[in-house]
Design a protein around this ligand. Sequence first.
Ligand code: SF4
Ligand code: SF4
Length: 343
Amino acid sequence: MQPFYGLMNASGDLEPTGTPTGEDVTELIKAKARELGYLDVGMTAHDRRYVYEDRRQHIKYPHAVCLALEQDFVETQSAPSMDAEHGHYGTYEVQAPLGLEMAAYIRSLGYHAQVHGPSNHSAATIPMFVQAGLGQLGANGQLLTPHAGARCRLQIITTDAPVTYDGPVDYGFHALCQVCQVCVDRCPGRALGREKIWWRGVEKNKLAYKRCRPVMVRYEGCAICMKVCPVNRYGAKAVMEHYLATGQVLGKGTHGLEGYTLHPESTGKYAEGYFGPGQLPVFNSEFFEIPRGTREQAALDGLIKVLATPETTPEGEEAVLHAFRNRLKSIVKGEAVSDSTMF
Ligand code: SF4
Ligand code: SF4
């Protein structure tokens, strides 16, 4: 992703290459997004209430083109796994240049365009995707889209092009989540709640970060809450039709939907193996301890750890010192801080 950060962050400074007509270009932008392979696209205002504090000065334009790109189904169904991680990050690798292409297209129409995401997001994206009608917040804390559930990677292009805003759509996901709860029941970290709560002025399903992240870092990004969601697995239409016909949630209680395998994590201390419906791993409190401190201290700790290893050769020490110096320099310069969820 590294080559794309500079290009995406600088995209808003580029001048338009075409001549604006002043006419509404919503349909032109949507057609281009579909031609490029985005699963869905919608328009809304870029809502400054959701902008990250360190990106407030960065955002230049008022409208948000919300772009959802589907990640691979088969890879995702193997979560947690490195294949599923490839489904996730491999999609970013495709999405970054696609976003740059979309922005270039908007500039060719005569308007400015600035790319936010993947990885260099400027705001919490889900509320704007909901406002643009692309989905609803699921109990797993992710955007549920009707076609692919949460199996989408999100990206926003802000622009000054004249566009017409879409509106939110009730796909029935809030009601479905109340009866489904599969992600809540299957989460190894018990990080998801059954009820919505009020959080910073919004009523929502709030993921308990401190119970999720330790699982994610130990088990290949986890993503079980995405994998086991029936909307991701079967699509909203099939799930809703099945519920109307039977009063049951499609796949709920089956190994095919709910089963997952935790591959051994690096310390070898914690749970591994297959967990079917009704089975969950058990972790002690040490498992959930998250390291605390400054980035400088983390760099120093990493250096000390390597230097304390008896097998480290003099050449290895040189390389580690060199890496430490570069890491410290980038921290001091404030580099490499972008998306608060990615670094
Ligand atoms: S990523 Fe894993 S630990 Fe985190 S909420 Fe989802 S299922 Fe739970
Ligand atoms: S697994 Fe069920 S409860 Fe969780 S987000 Fe999907 S539909 Fe909602």
